[in-house]
Design a protein around this ligand. Sequence first.
Ligand SMILES: [Zn+2]
Length: 276
Amino acid sequence: MKDVARLGRPRPLLARWLAPAGAPEGRFVEREGAAVLAVPGRYCVSYLLVGPEGLGVVDVGSQADVPLILEAIDWLGRKPQDVRWVMPSHLHFDHIMGIDALARRVGAPLALNEVGHATVTGGRAPRFPAWPYLWRAVPTWPLQGLPLLPAEDWREGLDFGFPWGRNRFRAPLLPPFAHGAELPGFPGWRLWDGPGHADDAVLLHHAAAGFLVCGDTVRNYFGGEWNPLLCDRVDYLLTKALIRSLPVTTILPAHGPLVEGPDAVARLRALPPWMP
Ligand SMILES: [Zn+2]
């Protein structure tokens, strides 16, 4: 069996040099009946939730990540047809340019929360962080190793996850998951809405294991930090309060390595305004 740390893309040199937390690695974490595999992709980390019978895939940033996810499924000893759904943590391009391609490749539907579902089925573009904050996103690109967009990602006309995009997914959509809903087939896992960075952001939480798959709500470039890129500050305060109320010992962010320990949430930093 291949070494789990080698799953995913080779760790980019720039990210290893520039991000104090380092580049994310392939990781398999298992506790109290919950199991998750982290697979670093081109623009973000994909997480595979491992249920007794099926798999759930959260975020596929690039179409170039599809073979990595298939390799990860094989590493788990599962089959592509075991994927029950593919879910974006939120509708930003660096998390979703590959989700439609993966869903169609494995024959799985897409799963969204109520806000994401209404946005996609309504043919609307989601709200993005306001321009005064967006400059802070630019330095995060070299922190990830300056990934370039491969041809496959351009081919869809950049329709997925951009301020002008309508996210016309071709894979079927499941009925939306409500705030607090249990994830069927994944005992102990619940979906919570976590708006702030994006209106449609979701959190996947397993209370007994203390696992929190959090998309961009928390990042780890600098050792674990609250995301300064926001489209709604008040929603974000409420989402932070929700996270502080949950039992969490392992934060699984979409950018950077895992944040671990009984004080994982308590030690998250709020970055000063001059930091990206
Ligand atoms: Zn984002």
